[in-house]
Design a protein around this ligand. Sequence first.
Ligand SMILES: Cc1cc2nc3c(=O)[nH]c(=O)nc-3n(C[C@H](O)[C@H](O)[C@H](O)COP(=O)(O)OP(=O)(O)OC[C@H]3O[C@@H](n4cnc5c(N)ncnc54)[C@H](O)[C@@H]3O)c2cc1C
Length: 456
Amino acid sequence: MNRHRPLSKLAIIWPIIKLGEVNRDTYDVLVIGCGPGGSSAATFLTRAGKRVLVLEKEFFPRFHIGESLLPCNMTIFRDMGVLAALQAAGFPRKYGAQFELGNGSISTRFVFRQGKFNREPESIQVERATFDHVLLKHARECGAEVREGWSVIKTSSDAGGVNVEARDPDGNPHHFHAQYLIDASGRGNLTGNQENLREMHPHWKKVAIFGHYEKVALDAGEGKTDTVIVRLQNKWFWIIPISAEKTSVGLVIDKEEFAQAGGEPEAVFKQWLETSPRVKERLQQAQRLGELQTTTDFSYYNRKFIGDRLLRVGDAAGFLDPIFSAGVFLAMWSGRLAAEVVEKSLAQGRPNRRGFASYEKRVRKGLMFYWHAVENYYTTPFMELFLQPRNHHDLPSAVNAVLAGELEGGWKLRWRLKYFFLLVKLQKRWPLVPHLRFLPRPGRTPGRTPAAAANH
Ligand SMILES: Cc1cc2nc3c(=O)[nH]c(=O)nc-3n(C[C@H](O)[C@H](O)[C@H](O)COP(=O)(O)OP(=O)(O)OC[C@H]3O[C@@H](n4cnc5c(N)ncnc54)[C@H](O)[C@@H]3O)c2cc1C
């Protein structure tokens, strides 16, 4: 037997191939999902020089709902280096938000640049298919490896990192290893569901019926690109101009009421359009592009936003009724915070426990900030004060800051909001402003009263 047989070529290169494979499938960070939350986390991390893999189950551009953005998003775009690309995409600039009663009796407009506590004077409205694609391409250009059509199936962790099982576009299984995992799977809530962490809101079980339209009658002048929210009793319409031609229009309604009304999106939408003269007026000449779509709109949060080596961002942490259009901002803001914690952890060679705990606290506080506001929004006293603001102690500016995404505006904002919510409580018993009527007034032609524009 020849004990000194020369090594075959394959034997020599085999360890190199194996090493290559290990390297290929091992990352600093693996991000699940490339919506706004995932792309923000991936961009900040790759710009910090980290090796990032993003697995996204869809091929972009793909449709997504959630089209009105908050001014505070602009800071994040700037810091990600994607603002110029978004400006080049030609999205409408959004200067304000309008709220009106369905019967047309009262309305108010908030102009962001007039809010004393706002750091950003405007935002943008977007068609999500294009917007999310710009963000994905930017993450890729910054150096993230983004694989489209790849679904994450399961994740687990051990002392050395996280293991991720995924399927490629042909359905073949693959395994990846990373030091940290960012779950940005949106309402798919992959890891939250895996650990059974989801707490649903007991009452906010809503359905959204929506479509894109051409030729919607929008305001003249600067208000043309405002988000318009039209409030009916227990339900509301949105009108969001997402391009020079297209406007997104949707109705958010209780799931039970939707079912009781027959559960036919077309019929239910029409029924409530009839009781809302202002929306009807705007849609008089409009043409819908395609069918009405529906989606559930159930608010929830996970009991934990972190694991040993895991951070949940955006809707994968919690999802809120979209009345304040805060979802994309919360996703990108938490994506950025998650990236900072991971970056610190990678630098020190172990999870930065304090950073993880602070992430949990800060993101929960941010989510609860809007949770509380939404809870109030569905009460009549809140709407009464909100639609008839009085300029005491800059309260309209404090409310404006909520609409702009000023989550961490400090004490000057916090005490005013506490005071505002106290007034909401008082309004219930001792009316500070006149009560509102949600239903059409018999025999009256509804018209718009620009009630509070003068107060801002
Ligand atoms: C009716 C309605 C109206 C809304 N209106 C607004 C609005 O006007 N403004 C606003 O800011 N927000 C709005 N939102 C909320 C907004 O849509 C979300 O908050 C936002 O998209 C969250 O971003 P995200 O990155 O966390 O999740 P997503 O944008 O949902 O992205 C998650 C991504 O993960 C991918 N994914 C999921 N599971 C997996 C998996 N297993 N493997 C790989 N990839 C996976 C998905 O394909 C998706 O691309 C609205 C929501 C609803 C329901």
